[in-house]
Write a protein that binds this ligand. Structure first.
Ligand SMILES: [Cu+2]
Length: 362
């Protein structure tokens, strides 16, 4: 921050000096005014245009070369592939059009630069030209928009086809909790007003709702590969946003309402760890971490790739801490994990029964 301020002050001082020298020059009243551009000024500006063109092409190539590796790896969900395809085509079109139009713009700026005795041509209009440069963007943009709308409606069409697993994502400052709908695959009713900390009913699940008994509350999401998941998001306090970047999924979590997102994971965590881009990223990160370890700094444990759920709304001081691991595995591994989990009936409700029994004894 201090560096930015110092730079800003230096820039302002430089501008002030420049302006003062200009005032000084003007006060020197010469016969030939230096304020009117002559041929040599125009030529210099013409060449500067080319220099700027080379600069923007150069910085584009530099950015591609240096920063492409920071992009997300291949999408790990079915719809994510369509989403990436749409983005890629849009970016390629923008890139080509930008490269060509910038070259033309700068070239003509140079070619028709001011020259002693040269007069601008008065050219009213050309219907044919205007038609061409209107119709081409119209067709391209209409195509992209229609394709985008189709992709959007397909992604956002959340339905119960193909027997999806129902999982609730519960957001609160500053953690995530997931609730599986259990054997009946129906989530029990829940409301923040029913939160009962004494009974450890932290999600406010309705204890009298029979659908709630087999719900499973966890702090780590496991998903079987190839099976559709319908997520239902809730928030306890402020706006949060459930963001699962590798699955190209994001949905706001809004207090007082249930929002939804659905996707089908297509690669297990193990498979994704073998992805060349992921391996490269893990390798780079661990090189940095090894260096930190050598210097005895924090955050130096070797890192292993895992899918992740993040909060993507600045929801408070510890917002950065809101994350939960997602493990995509085979159906067998998922079933084995699920069998180990305790249901709402086995945890909160059982505690209730014990409490009531104790109260009766009293
Ligand atoms: Cu948050």
């Amino acid at each position: 921050m201090t560096t930015v301020l110092i730079l800003a002050v230096l820039a302002l001082v430089a501008i002030a000096i420049w302006q003062m020298t200009k005032i000084f020059e003007l006060s020197q009243l010469k016969a030939e005014s230096s304020q009117i551009a002559n041929d040599s000024d125009n030529k210099t500006n013409g060449y500067l245009l080319f220099a700027f063109l080379i600069f923007i092409y150069g910085i584009t190539i530099f950015s591609f070369w240096n920063y492409s590796k920071f992009l997300l790896p291949e999408a790990a969900s079915e719809h994510g592939q369509d989403y990436d395809g749409l983005l890629l085509v849009s970016m390629v079109i923008i890139f080509i059009v930008q490269t060509i139009t910038q070259a033309l713009l700068h070239y003509f700026g140079f070619k028709y630069r001011g020259k002693e005795g040269r007069k601008a041509l008065f050219y009213a209009d050309n219907d044919r030209l205007e038609f061409i440069w209107t119709i081409i963007p119209v067709i391209v943009l209409a195509g992209l928009i229609l394709w985008g709308l189709y992709t959007w409606t397909t992604i956002m069409d959340i339905n119960d086809e193909d027997d999806p697993i129902v999982v609730e994502l519960y957001a609160q400052q500053f953690s995530w909790t997931a609730r599986y709908a259990g054997n009946d695959n129906v989530l029990g009713d829940a409301n923040v007003r029913m939160i009962d900390i004494d009974k450890a009913n932290v999600l406010g699940v309705d204890e009298s709702d029979t659908y709630a008994a087999d719900d499973i509350i966890v702090k780590e999401i496991h998903l079987p590969v190839g099976r559709k998941v319908n997520f239902k998001m809730r928030s306890q306090d402020v706006l949060h946003s459930a963001y699962m970047p590798h699955f190209r999924a994001q949905m706001n979590c809004v207090p007082g309402m249930i929002t939804e997102f659905s996707f089908t994971p297509i690669y297990t965590t193990e498979e994704m760890r073998q992805n060349p881009d992921v391996r490269d990223k893990v390798k780079r990160t661990n090189e940095i971490r090894a260096e930190r370890a050598a210097n005895g700094e924090d955050n130096s444990d070797p890192w292993e790739f895992d899918y992740i759920l993040l909060c993507n709304k600045i929801c408070g001081k510890s917002h950065y801490n809101m994350q939960m691991k997602i493990i995509v595995e085979t159906q067998e591994e998922y079933d084995a994990w699920m069998a180990e989990q305790k249901t709402f009936a086995e945890t909160v409700l059982k505690q209730n029964t014990a409490q009531t029994a104790m109260n009766t004894v009293d």
